[in-house]
Design a protein around this ligand. Structure first.
Ligand code: GAL
Length: 433
């Protein structure tokens, strides 16, 4: 450094020191002008527990986490996932943790029986009606949804989405190459399936145990129609009836058209068979839409959709939600997360990727693709029925009994024994006489 530049620097430093010494001391808590930054908000770790690990669902969660982190940058999110579609593994891990007094901050739980019977009735959650009041949500959610989130006059979780369970996805090229139209009825399904089989294509992709129950509920719906399907869970449709026998026969017949290795495949591996063109169709909830898109497929271009056979006009619905466990670690951060889950910004970031529609009624339709817009329309106009496998229709113990009955049926294919087991399961659930 030259001598001249050195003395200039020294002069600047001296002036700076003098100015600092002359400046009046600012009181520590001086009122500040209008804040230019958001208040610090909650900090520390926040564990968010879910089973969203597959293509589409994992990215959907990430998108919502981004919205959260932008608003609450001081919270360190621990994205805790337990793989296994429909929560087959996560739900067991969660139940053990809750019973052992080690709840995560927030956890994914299906609206309806899964939430209420498992966690609300047993006193493991804090009610969050106050949050609905504070955030003005009471008028922003469908009243029927609020009803199944409620127990004892309180609301117990925040729904992030609505999924549709009764969708049949199909590979458009396979259908076009074989000159086929997507089947609308059970009979059309069997005709199309026969042609595909003859062409050496697996008609229907299927996966592990829970996906078999998922298919089963859509066959009950497609055979009985929505009112009688609802009656199954309310004790007004007779499980011994000839119509139920017909549904079980349809299910039995359908199983003749699935991939042999179904028991070994996860839901996304089964969906992948449709992408590969090895299989033509898949009956799966619309998280499969998220999966297709995560693999670069575009709705209406490579894949098409239709209500599962026989179920047009009915929307087999379920909803993912998050609640506030009692003694949740970092309660403030959990509440902040719940606010994002219930916000328009959070839901509109999550759902277009997840393959679901917003639970709020004011989602921005323009952000949703052609399939999701059609799901919004159907949700508004169809008869809504509760999903069995995804926590809405029946108590968890009843679902467990049906899952076991389906498992046995897949092994022995005896319709009469299957029906007896279903009749007994309804009686044990205390719903049928
Ligand atoms: C459902 C859940 C969906 C999706 C799917 C596959 O039970 O509601 O959000 O995650 O399982 O994992």
């Amino acid at each position: 450094m030259s001598k001249k530049r050195y003395s200039l620097l020294a002069l600047v430093l001296v002036i700076a020191v003098l100015l600092a010494a002359c400046a009046p001391a600012t009181p520590a808590a001086a009122p500040t002008a209008a804040p230019t930054q958001a208040p610090a908000g909650p900090s520390g770790d926040l564990e968010i527990f879910s089973w969203w690990t597959a293509g589409g669902e994992a990215q959907g969660l990430e998108a919502m986490l981004k919205v959260f982190q932008a608003q609450y940058p001081n919270v360190n999110v621990i994205n805790a996932t337990v793989a296994g579609g429909a929560g087959v593994n996560a739900r067991a891990v969660l139940a053990t943790r809750m019973q052992g007094g080690k709840p995560p901050g927030a956890f994914q739980v299906h609206a309806g029986h899964e939430l209420i019977d498992t966690y609300a009735v047993s006193g493991q959650m804090e009610p969050i009606t106050f949050l609905y009041e504070e955030e003005g949500w009471l008028d922003l959610y469908p009243q029927d949804l609020i009803k199944i989130l409620s127990y004892n006059g309180e609301i117990w979780s925040v729904p992030v989405n609505i999924h549709r369970a009764n969708v049949m996805w199909y590979n458009k090229a396979v259908f076009a190459d074989n000159n086929l139209q997507p089947p609308k009825t059970m009979d059309e399904f069997f005709t199309v399936a026969e042609k595909l089989k003859a062409a050496g294509i697996i008609p229907l992709a299927l996966g592990e145990s829970w996906t078999e129950v998922h298919l089963f509920e859509t066959v009950l719906l497609g055979t009985l129609g929505p009112d009688k399907y609802i009656g199954l869970w309310a004790g007004t449709t007779d499980w011994k009836s000839a119509e139920v026998t017909k549904a079980l026969e349809n299910y039995d017949r359908m199983l003749n058209y699935v991939n042999e290795d179904f028991a070994a495949l996860s839901w996304d591996q089964a969906t992948q068979l449709v992408i590969d063109g090895t299989a033509a169709m898949n009956v799966m909830g619309d998280w499969a839409e998220g999966y297709f898109k995560s693999k670069g497929w575009t709705p209406g271009v490579e894949f098409g959709w239709a209500p599962s056979p026989g179920s047009a006009g009915a929307f087999d619905a379920l909803s993912d939600s998050f609640g506030l466990p009692k003694n949740a670690p970092n309660r403030d951060a959990v509440l902040a997360w719940l606010k994002i889950c219930g916000s328009q910004a959070g839901q509109d970031a999550f759902n277009p990727i997840k393959g679901s529609i917003p639970a709020r009624t004011d989602g921005d339709r323009s952000l949703y693709d052609v399939y999701l817009q059609s799901a919004m329309d159907d949700f508004a106009s169809n008869k809504i029925v509760p999903s069995l496998y995804h926590g809405a229709a029946a108590a968890p113990s009843w679902l467990q009994a049906i899952t076991e009955a389906v498992g046995l049926f897949i092994a022995n294919r005896d319709v009469a024994v299957f029906q007896e087991a279903l009749v007994a399961a309804c009686a044990t659930a205390g719903v049928c006489k």
